[in-house]
Structures are given as C-alpha cells and as structure tokens.
Design a protein around this ligand. Structure first.
Ligand code: ZN
Length: 246
C-alpha cells in the first residue's frame, strides 16, 4: 500500500475521537501524522495523545492567533515538555500580519525559534503576510536555527521558495486548502519546489485529506505517482527525524 505522512494536522476533539480518526487514516496508508498545538491548552491533550498512541508525532507551541492570554513561564513549560521526549517538535508557531498584537507575535515567535534551535527540534511555521520578518529572522540568526523548518500550508512564490531554501533547511507543506483551486500560480509554485522538499498535510482533524492533497500534487507534477509518494514519504521521515537521515 502507498504510504503517506500527514505533516500538519490538528486533532481538536477528544482523545478517543483522535484515536479513532488516526486508526481510520492508517487503514488508508497514512502511516503517521504530525499533530500541532495552537495554544497552551492543547499541550496536555497532546501529551496524553502521544502517550496513548506513541507513533503519533506531536509538536508544542503557541500559534500567533492565540497569544493574547499566554501564561507566565509558558516558555519554561514548553522547554520542559520538549526535554521530556526527543521526538517532540515545536509548532505551530508563526507570524500573521492580519492579526492583532504583531509586536507580541514577533516576540513569542522569536522565543520559540530560539528554543527549537537550542534543543535541535524541527519547527512548523505558519506565516501570513509577514515573510519579510521571517526572512529577516533567518538572516539575523543564520548560525542558530532549528535543524529543519516546515512552512505549512505553503502559498508563497518561486522567489520566496529560493530565498527560504538559501537561508534554512526548509520544507514546504501543501494542504488541500491551497490546492483545491489549482491556478497557474499554484502550478508554478508546486513545480518550482524541489521534489525533495515537498510535504503534504491535512491541516485539520480530517487526516485523510492528506491523500487528496497528494493526488493534487501528483496531477500538477504529472510524474509517476508511486515514485512521488516514495519521495514525499522519505521527505516526511526526514523532518520527523529533525532534519537528519536515519
Ligand atoms: Zn495548523
């Protein structure tokens, strides 16, 4: 059976609902998924989930939409959780120009990037309208970056892809959201992404959407599906291993 990895999902409902969802996805070939937190309240749920299903990969972080009521010492708690398991990653973090408190967003983003770099963990970034800030951060901290960075639900352009690849160990994760309406821009974007840097994701709790995202990528690239799925699966294994080849 073709194997896939959902490189960005959110399992927002109960643990049992998640377990059920994951076992259904597995029967369809989705080997594992990288489940991201969006706020501190998710952290305990993800810890419980990873205990129940150790094959599931989890990422802890604070999303830029959820920064207004962070608790004091959140960064210490995040560090402690990450240190408890070397498989744990950092995510979903990021910057969103359309949302409030941009200075605070930047501050929290920077702290999380520093933690990921220090603990050598792969990080997942959400970015809307703030690519200049991301590129500035990568340039300013080029010697102390996380070992790999997933740009999730990626919707950039050819030049941005090149700039990001020049600055960090970047991976570009495509979701059905950006692939539903395949425009010329989408085609150019996907075709210009190096094939060993492509990931796929559901960006939801509907993990099986990962396969639909894969089918869209395959139709754009017009290459042998079997080889493509093997390549994307290998890319996923690499990010799950914090950018290292096992
Ligand atoms: Zn997300």
């Amino acid at each position: 059976m073709t194997k896939y990895v959902d490189c960005h999902c959110h399992l927002i409902k109960s643990i049992n609902h998640c377990a059920d969802n994951i076992s259904k996805a597995r029967s369809m070939g989705i080997d594992t998924c990288l489940c991201n937190a969006t706020n501190e309240n998710d952290w305990d749920a993800l810890l419980a989930l990873s205990k129940k299903i150790p094959e599931i990969r989890v990422a802890f972080g604070i999303h830029p939409w959820f920064i207004s009521n962070i608790k004091s010492n959140w960064n210490k708690r995040l560090t402690k959780i990450l240190l408890s398991n070397s498989n744990f990653m950092v995510g979903e973090i990021g910057l969103d120009k359309n949302k409030a408190l941009f200075d605070l967003q930047e501050n929290i983003f920077n702290i999380q990037m520093e933690i990921a770099a220090r603990l050598n963990r792969c990080v997942t970034i959400h970015c809307l309208g703030a690519w200049d800030k991301i590129l500035q951060y990568l340039k300013r901290n080029e010697k102390e970056l996380p070992p790999c960075i997933i740009f999730h639900s990626y919707n950039g352009n050819e030049k941005l892809t090149t700039d990001l690849l020049n600055k960090c160990n970047a991976y570009f994760s495509y979701s059905l959201l950006n692939l539903n309406n395949i425009t010329n821009k989408t085609k150019i974007l996907v075709k210009s992404t190096p094939i060993d840097k492509i990931l796929i994701e559901s960006d939801s709790d509907n993990i099986k959407n990962t396969i639909l995202a894969f089918d869209k990528i395959a139709s754009i690239l017009d290459i042998d599906k079997e080889n493509l799925s093997k390549q994307i699966y290998a890319n996923s294994q690499k990010v799950l291993n914090h950018g290292q080849t096992k």
